[in-house]
Design a protein around this ligand. Structure first.
Ligand code: NDP
Length: 334
């Protein structure tokens, strides 16, 4: 087994020497256990805050422990009737090539791939897809004709939010970094407009793209984008706070300006709350199947950045936190 463990807590941007790549041989399977060989690892923004020594909504990763994360893989040995050799599963295995799971372990799901590439179940039909879907429909409460803005629009969550909102009859405006990502968001994902927040005219460009103001802001990034959006929010607007990736590498995370500071300070704050995809865990199967069907039918487009081999996971992770990824970031294992 090859695993990437946390060696020390990073200060700001992650560095190679914050991690350690460890080789080990796998212990023999015990009764009730099964062995997963991972095919793809998921790299997600939330992993960065979990490297800090700070209690968030999940425990920090311990020093010397395998970096947390979900993967999709195949069962290659089993000593339980619950999982057969050849089953494909998603599981929170962490950043490693193999994982021994127990039959009754929570958060392991068999994948009905429906002919789709397995990596899709880490992205558009996986955790980020479900996050976008439930965050939009349950927290954003979209209505036909409204204007929705979503940040990190070309990414795993953002691309899903915008496409679903579009199919519900909203005006959909993305915010993304750079011309190429913005072109993708309008031309391939079908958003009505996309604002390049790096182009230097964020306030004016956003106002032009949202002539009727903003009714829903799906928050993924925080920072300057949040401040610009706040100026355009309509009365009765809703803000599902999904995350604020611009702050995740901050050296002083406890004192960072969060979206809650920005929206909370407004004279008439929008309805805003942080949500976690696990609020809808019971609908995991249903939502996964729904998204997979939409992808299969060509109703949802997605894009991936694929790093080759576990040795490239650290670099890909560092890049994702500053927008080098274009779409869902995964690591393909040999
Ligand atoms: P993405 O695929 O969108 O990748 C992250 C993107 O963030 C980058 O590509 C980059 O896009 C953007 N970004 C990075 N730094 C900045 C910055 N300083 N300012 C503005 N944008 C920046 O990731 P995901 O779709 O996986 O995640 C999106 C958000 O959703 C994150 O905040 C994440 O924490 C959150 N999330 C929350 C969950 C929940 O349950 N609440 C579950 C899953 C995700 P660009 O080049 O356009 O800047």
């Amino acid at each position: 087994n090859t695993a990437i463990t946390l060696k020390q807590r990073p200060n700001g941007e992650v560095r190679d020497d914050d991690f350690e790549i460890k080789q080990s041989s796998l212990p023999e399977l015990q009764d009730g256990e099964f062995l997963i060989e991972n095919k793809y690892l998921s790299l997600d923004p939330y992993m960065r805050p979990r490297m800090n020594d700070m209690q968030g909504y999940m425990d920090p990763v311990g020093i010397g422990e395998v970096m947390v994360g979900e993967a999709v893989g195949e069962v290659i040995a089993s000593k339980t009737d619950a999982y057969q050799v050849g089953d494909v599963v998603t599981a929170y295995t962490g950043w490693q090539t193999h994982y021994i799971a127990k039959a009754d372990e929570p958060m392991i799901y068999k994948v009905d791939a429906k002919g789709l590439p397995l990596s899709v179940f880490l992205g558009a039909a996986g955790m980020p897809g479900r996050t976008g879907y439930f965050g939009l429909t349950e927290v954003g409460k979209p209505k036909e004709g409204e204007t929705l803005v979503v940040s990190a629009a070309s990414g795993a969550v953002g691309s899903l939010v915008g496409q679903v909102a579009k199919s519900m009859g909203l005006r959909v405006v993305g915010v993304a970094g750079g011309e190429e990502k913005c072109r993708y968001v309008t031309d391939e994902l079908g958003f009505d407009a996309c604002v390049d927040y790096k182009a230097g005219n964020l306030d004016a460009d956003l106002a032009t793209a949202c002539p009727n103001g903003i009714d829903i802001y799906f928050e993924n990034v925080g920072g300057a984008v949040t401040r610009a959006v706040a100026k355009l929010l309509n009365k009765g607007s809703r803000v599902p706070v999904c995350g604020y990736v611009s702050a995740y590498n901050s050296e002083d995370i406890a004192n960072v300006e969060t979206p809650f500071h920005v929206f909370g300070a407004m004279p008439e704050p929008p309805e805003h709350r942080f949500f976690l995809v696990t609020e809808w865990q019971e609908q995991h199967g249903e939502a996964t199947a729904l998204l997979a069907d939409k992808i299969k039918a060509g109703e949802i487009q997605y894009r991936e950045s694929v790093a080759e081999g576990i040795d490239n996971a650290i670099d890909a992770f560092r890049g994702m936190l500053k927008g080098k990824n274009f779409g869902k970031q995964v690591v393909k294992l040999a």
